[in-house]
Design a protein around this ligand. Sequence first.
Ligand code: F6P
Length: 338
Amino acid sequence: MRIGVLTGGGDCPGLNAAIRAVVKHAEIGHGHSVIGFKRGWRGVAEGDFTPILRDDVRNALTLGGTMLGTDRFHPDENPGATEQVLQVLKDEAVTALVCIGGDGTLTAAAKVAEQGVNVIGIPKTIDNDVWLTERSIGFDTALWVATEAIDRLHTTAESHHRVMVLEVMGREAGWIAINSGIAGGADVIITPEEPFDIEKVVSRIRHRHKAHAKYSIVVVAEGATPAPGTALEFSGAKESMLTGKTSELIADAIASLTGFDTRLTVLGHVQRGGIPTPFDRILGSRFGVAAVDALSDGKTNMVTTLQSGRIVLEPFSKIAGKQQKVPKELLKVARSLL
Ligand code: F6P
């Protein structure tokens, strides 16, 4: 087999672990050869690729980012690109593809698979919102970074008697916010799953500062939105999607309504950079090996997922277009500990 591998969407730690696993297991375990397409689907459409041998991935396990580069280009959204993809795969005698990406890259992969191409998807996204997998590559590292940020903000909050608002990533789902908030002992956690009422947020902070402590930590997912009819309204539907916008409105409202000294930290891309945690290295490795085994067994049009700690292959059709939200149980745990 000649396997093509690509990484699409936002980069994250653990991608190189997955690429390394694909290359090593394909070459050593099955005698396949591997080529790496550069910058995601764009590299496939443009025929931009390089052969990758096991020697090329020797030091890849601990590296963040992606050695192949990435892009948010999707062939199905660009006229003529799907035809170009099919032509390049034919010309280069690529028999199968391993696509490592989030919802957008995997949805594009599903559409290419419909054209008869053998494809296995591997889920990655720090947002952890790919359907049916308990964990996507990159989430664990982002969670670690966000939790460390809360730990550090705690000491400043306590020393200065301040309200520290931390914005973390998560446009559609609040996995980083809820988990880092619980792990870091945040006092208010605001996620896209539960539209917020700024007056309730403020009254909780006032009560805490009066009765318990003189400081508070507020964690906000970037996709958080106010509940309809509550005091803080966005002027436009897109507003909540802008990095820093929601949390800025929240921090300003807390400062003006409580009078407490309030500071905002937008963690941003720090969450997506740097070396992967052991969990992400292992998950990337497990998904990479499973993808190569699946292709070698003649399986296609499927995605590797983690379910109850085991790797399970699921068809693209069950995953595309769906999103994994934070479950009610986890939201309840967070609420119970505030
Ligand atoms: O990959 C997911 C993600 O990190 C989101 O959490 C975030 O909203 C978005 O990507 C940021 O995208 P970009 O890197 O293009 O600014």
